[in-house]
Design a protein around this ligand. Structure first.
Ligand code: FAD
Ligand code: NAD
Length: 466
């Protein structure tokens, strides 16, 4: 790896080194394609440096702190002392070690990594600021996304902050207003509350985590309230004014305004594609929402340029970006592959976790399936009970005629891990009978998945017939 030096030409230029870009680069290199990866900031992208990884590290520390408190239920009494500075430096070490891992992989596979901001200056040429120009046979655009800013809430890094700043705070604030009860809002607000911060979440619509159904989100909402998170639902944040040493956030519920004071306000109201890299020069078009237009092979309106990840499509999730990165790399390497998005799982790392894949019962019916639904509650699962984590359930959606698994929704412990079994079932065309016939270790949370599958056929052992 020669950082900062640019070859004059390359078979494949990858613009952006997040999970979409670096996965594409490595996958192509493993198929003997000569690859140059151009990254403006740090390899690993948002996910590794300011998204998934640092947030999950902080969530882990916060959960641990809360677990110590709640361990009294089973006779463990301890006083946890929290050194947030140490938590931050541990989180930074986690990020640095994973970043080093990506660099090592690039090095080992002869992926040329070039540091600098790249922009297309033609249909087959990229200029890297301060470095030079490179001609490519193919390019993969993987420039990711950036936080959306509300007009009245310009990020200033002190009083009005985005998720990146929130994850890097050297000291915990005493109080915070979080605008948006989406993925970031709910993951970070519960964690801040567990670490002793006085948290208020302001959300424009009437429930938390829009896009997920109420039967799942009510567990998260109830737990957030239990953790003393104040939820102001149905209130849009409209303005803020300086207040004491902090901010006063003004919200509007449609009838009246409310004011909430805090040390700072975290605005997490969504992300938008980052595409300010000379796309017009390359003949690459974007749609009305700013996403790069691609087909099922990830090809853009320039047949030599592909686009993957947050800059190209939703859901804006790291595993979706890396999946598309693998497809784009395989296409560049000459393989006949296409994106198949029927089983993209998603997980929210709230307390409890929510994870979904495939179709909900309503979606299955809308698509014309004779949908059958099976459920299994964690309260009847031995492992969940022994972990003292009984809230939640697994739901499996199947096609009654064929038994094919169509989808799954989970709320409860390790939902993010459990959902992969259902993703695999959908991907393989497995039936609920296949899942039921698979012997699962006892006692495990995964037995709840098996039970929910069996319930689709009325055969679940640990439930009373409805
Ligand atoms: P990115 O990861 O954004 O990478 C794009 C890269 O391109 C960046 O490194 C950027 O510096 C570089 N770049 C941009 N423009 C240029 C240019 N012109 N020249 C050179 N380089 C450029 N997703 C999950 O699946 N699970 C989670 O738990 C999760 N948690 C998250 C938590 C937070 C707080 C946030 C903000 C996001 C989270 N996400 C999570 C979303 C996830 O981070 C993104 O979906 C993922 O990073 C998208 O990958 P990407 O490769 O498309 O883009
Ligand atoms: P989001 O789209 O998940 O949620 C944004 C929320 O802000 C919505 O509920 C919306 O109604 C609300 N909102 C918008 N304007 C508002 C206003 N003026 N006042 C009050 N509420 C308002 O967005 P996010 O939380 O910023 O996350 C961005 C993206 O990052 C996610 O969509 C997801 O793709 C990704 N992400 C994923 C994970 C994960 O996979 N676990 C974690 C974090 C982020």
């Amino acid at each position: 790896m020669v950082v900062g030096e640019l070859p004059q030409e390359t078979e494949l230029a990858v613009l952006g080194g997040g999970p979409g870009g670096y996965t594409a680069a490595l996958r192509a290199a493993k198929q003997d394609v000569d690859v140059t990866l151009i990254e403006a900031d740090a390899v690993g992208g948002t996910c590794l440096n300011s998204g998934c990884i640092p947030s999950k590290a902080l969530i882990h520390a916060a959960d641990f702190l809360q677990d110590v408190e709640e361990a009294r239920t089973f006779g463990v009494k301890a006083e946890a002392e929290h050194d947030y500075g140490k938590t931050q430096s541990w989180k930074d070490d986690v990020v640095a070690s994973m970043g080093d891992g990506v660099k090592t992989l690039c090095d080992a596979h002869d992926v040329e990594v070039v540091e600098g901001r790249g922009s297309f200056v033609g249909e087959d040429e990229i200029r890297v600021e301060g470095v030079g120009s490179i001609e490519f046979d193919s390019a993969i655009l993987a420039t990711g996304s950036r936080p959306m800013e509300l007009e009245a809430f310009e990020f200033d890094g002190d009083y009005v902050i985005d998720s990146e700043t929130a994850l890097d705070l050297e000291e915990l604030p005493d109080s915070i207003v979080v605008v948006g009860a989406g993925y970031i809002g709910m993951e970070l607000s519960t964690s801040f509350a567990k670490m002793g911060v006085d948290v208020r979440v302001v959300e424009a619509i009437d429930s938390v985590l829009p896009g997920y159904d109420d039967s799942l989100t009510r567990y998260v909402e109830r737990r957030a309230r239990e953790l003393d998170v104040d939820l102001s639902l149905g209130e849009a944040a409209v303005d803020w004014v300086p207040w004491k040493d902090g901010v006063e956030v003004v919200t509007d519920d449609g009838e009246q305004e409310h004011e909430y004071g805090a040390d700072c306000v975290l605005v997490a109201v969504g992300r938008i594609p980052r595409t300010n890299c000379g796309l017009e020069e390359a003949g690459v078009r974007t749609d009305s929402r700013g996403f790069v237009v691609t087909d099922e092979r990830t090809e853009t309106t320039n047949p030599d340029v592909y686009a993957v990840g947050d800059c190209a499509s939703e859901p804006m999730l790291a595993h979706h970006a890396s999946y598309e990165g693998r497809i784009a790399a395989d296409v560049v390497a000459g393989r006949e592959v296409a994106v198949d998005s029927q089983a993209v799982p998603a997980a929210v790392y709230t307390d409890p976790e929510i994870a979904t894949v495939g179709l909900t019962p309503d979606e299955a019916r809308e698509q014309g399936f004779d949908a059958v639904v099976g459920e299994s509650r964690f309260g009847a699962n031995g492992r969940a009970v022994t972990r003292n984590e009984v809230a939640g359930f697994v739901r499996v959606v199947a096609d009654e005629d064929t038994g094919f698994v169509l989808g799954g929704q989970i709320v409860g412990p390790e939902a993010s891990e459990l959902v992969s079994e259902l993703a695999l079932a959908i991907e393989m065309g497995a039936t609920v009978e296949d899942v039921d016939a698979t012997i699962h270790v006892h006692p495990t949370l995964s037995e709840a998945v098996m039970e929910a599958a069996a319930d689709c056929e009325g055969k679940a052992v640990h439930s009373i017939d409805r």
